[in-house]
Design a protein around this ligand. Structure first.
Ligand code: 1PR
Length: 580
């Protein structure tokens, strides 16, 4: 990690001078959506050199942004009133949630007007994700809905009909359109995106555009005018390169030498994910464990839970080693209520302080009534995970019940955990974890589920198989196939599928390519291949033979058999783009 500049180059004096000399201020055309607003007077804060003002309207997890800002040596002041925006020395706006509710909050509270005034005066601003989209005239997300109207153009949904998976999740390349100081270190490196909507470039907004990204079509990845910046990607989740973007915004003119020549990013990279199965051992300590076909107990007289390390330390190690994401699966969440499991929440909090790639957490996301009779909704459980630092949550057993019910009735009730969480946090924040077991059969007509002709026959020469979904950590088989489940959960709002395979788990013999091909061809959301990685070749195999967007492994990383970098170097050698 690069050393931080010791002193921020902003001083309150320089801000004051800027304001006393209006000719040095870039002027903006008035926002058409806030034409008649009251005039605010703007003054620079006098003592705020190390303070970042954060506009968090409470719609979701901005913990990662907070952590990244603090990591870079700044304190955070939360916006409480529109005046706090006007008085900010530097304002970060990490928009989360959906466009319409965000605009509603901005309009009702007067913060939208304050934001427009602030931006029109060319004050230091960084919008992130929805914080970029809201600057445009309107969005199609549940709309059209009017935006702040500072930048001409509309925000529309990605088109999945041309084979591109929506949401756009992962590490993609930028095409730099103009000098934009904060992007100086990006060069040819990937940054992390997660979104279903994007702003489109046009003649009317071209002078704003500082970079674009290709995903089916070309969309706006960042804008810059004067001191006003906004990015569609997540710098706080883009590892070192993301931190350097934030650092350049927070310490402008810091004369940190521009890094060039690194990376060869050209398109969406295949992701390599490290997974930590976490549970309490028999002494009550939270440990990273790993099963063989989901059995996590040692084959000894004591039969203790296999202990492969401490969750926070391992997650930090994998981040440094180049993991594109880290997943925590609370594997006893199906029986222990996660909100009673404070150590797991603590693990997330600590990890998110130093790990700047996406964190997913799963286990126990469902409605729950505790021994005192207090009811917790799955939404409350997910909210606590998000508040503690998760970027995505993963639902296992509860998604199986939801899919079964949906397939039985054909009705989307809107009440399942999957539907509720994806409605509130967006489907890109909801992963469904599938735990299927292979069932060999002789005749595909023997079952009502989707079957495949297997590449290696079963123990009795069977040529076909279907994949039976399970719940409660593989303990109970259910009357639904992985194919049927995947299609149903996509309709119910899942943004991604984590596809395990109990037969392959911990075996080190390779991913179940038949299964992964079946599912990744069936859905248009990203699929993470999981279970069975043993050597780097298994990763290239799954990426060349299937449409998986990411591959996840646990055992080989925990046992230090294969470093993450070796996997990535191998993939690059095989012509598969990865983030380096
Ligand atoms: O049902 O919503 O409470 O979620 C429980 C979650 O915990 C599910 O995502 C389920 O997959 C997971 N889980 C439950 N029991 C186990 C177990 O192992 N006994 N772990 C378990 C699942 C599978 C993978 C593993 C890969 C890669 N572990 O996540 O990491 O198979 O392993 P490998 O590279 O070593 O082969 P809910």
């Amino acid at each position: 990690m690069e050393a931080l500049p010791l002193t921020p180059s902003y001083s309150s004096t320089s801000l004051l001078i800027r304001h006393k000399n209006p000719s040095s201020v870039t002027t903006f055309s008035r926002s058409p959506n806030f034409k008649n607003r009251t005039k605010f007077s703007i003054r620079a804060s006098s003592s705020a050199d190390s303070v970042v003002t954060l506009l968090d309207y409470g719609a979701g997890n901005v913990r990662s942004v907070r952590n990244a800002i603090r990591f870079l040596g700044f304190e955070i002041k939360d916006v409480q009133t529109p005046e706090d925006i006007l008085n900010a020395s530097r304002l970060v706006f990490p928009g989360v949630g959906a466009f319409a509710p965000a605009m509603e909050v901005l309009s009702k509270t007067g913060m939208g007007e304050a934001l427009c005034s602030y931006i029109e005066k060319d004050r230091p601003f960084l919008g992130i994700c929805l914080g970029l989209q809201l600057l445009f005239e309107s969005s199609e997300e549940n709309g059209p809905i009017k935006g702040l109207g500072l930048i001409p153009g509309t925000v529309g949904r990605f088109d999945s009909s041309n084979g591109f998976r929506v949401p756009h999740i992962g590490w993609n390349a930028l095409q730099i359109a103009k000098e934009s100081e904060i992007l100086d270190d990006v060069g040819n490196r990937h940054v992390y995106f997660v979104h279903s909507y994007r702003a489109m470039p046009s003649d009317d907004n071209k002078e704003w555009i500082s970079s674009t990204c290709d995903y089916g079509d070309k969309f706006i990845a960042s804008i810059r005018r004067g001191n006003v910046h906004a990015v569609q990607f997540h710098p706080e989740k883009s590892g070192d390169v993301g931190l350097s973007i934030l650092r350049r915004f927070l310490y402008p003119k810091s004369n940190v030498a521009k890094k060039t020549g690194e990376g060869k990013a050209s398109k969406l990279a295949k992701r390599v994910i490290a997974c930590l199965d976490v549970r309490a051992n028999d002494n009550g300590d939270l440990v990273v464990t790993k099963g063989d076909q989901y059995d996590v107990r040692e084959n000894t007289k004591e039969n203790e839970v296999r202990n492969l390390g401490k969750p926070v330390e391992l997650a930090e190690q994998y981040y440094k080693d180049g993991a594109d994401e880290v997943s925590f699966l609370n594997i006893t969440g199906f029986r222990d209520f996660p909100l009673g499991d404070l150590p797991m929440l603590q693990v997330l909090r600590y990890t998110s302080e130093n790990v700047f790639v996406p964190l997913t957490v799963g286990g126990g996301i469902r409605d729950f009534t505790d021994s005192q009779g207090r009811h917790y909704s799955s939404l409350e459980v997910a909210a606590e995970y998000f508040r503690s630092g998760a970027d995505k949550i993963s639902i296992g057993s509860d998604a199986v019940y939801a899919a079964e019910e949906y397939l039985r009735t054909g009705v989307k009730t809107g009440k399942t955990s999957l539907e509720q969480i994806s409605r509130v946090y967006g489907n890109q924040a909801v992963v469904v974890s599938i735990d299927p077991r292979r069932v060999y059969i002789n005749n595909p007509n023997d079952v009502q589920f989707q079957t495949i002709k297997v590449s290696s026959p079963g123990p009795n020469g069977e040529e076909y198989a279907w994949y039976q979904c399970t719940v409660n950590g593989g303990r109970e088989g259910r009357p639904i196939g992985a194919y049927e489940l995947a299609k149903a959960v996509e309709e119910l709002g899942a943004g991604e599928i984590l596809l395990n395979c109990i037969d392959c788990d911990g075996q080190g013999k390779g991913f179940d390519v038949d299964l992964i091909k079946l599912i990744s061809d069936a859905v248009s959301i990203p699929v993470i291949a999981s279970s069975g990685a043993g050597v780097p070749d298994h990763f290239s195999d799954v990426f060349t033979k299937t449409n998986a967007s990411a591959a996840l492994a646990a055992g080989i990383f925990h046992r230090k058999e294969v470093p993450i970098q070796s996997v990535k170097e191998h993939l690059l050698k095989e012509g598969i783009e990865v983030r380096i």
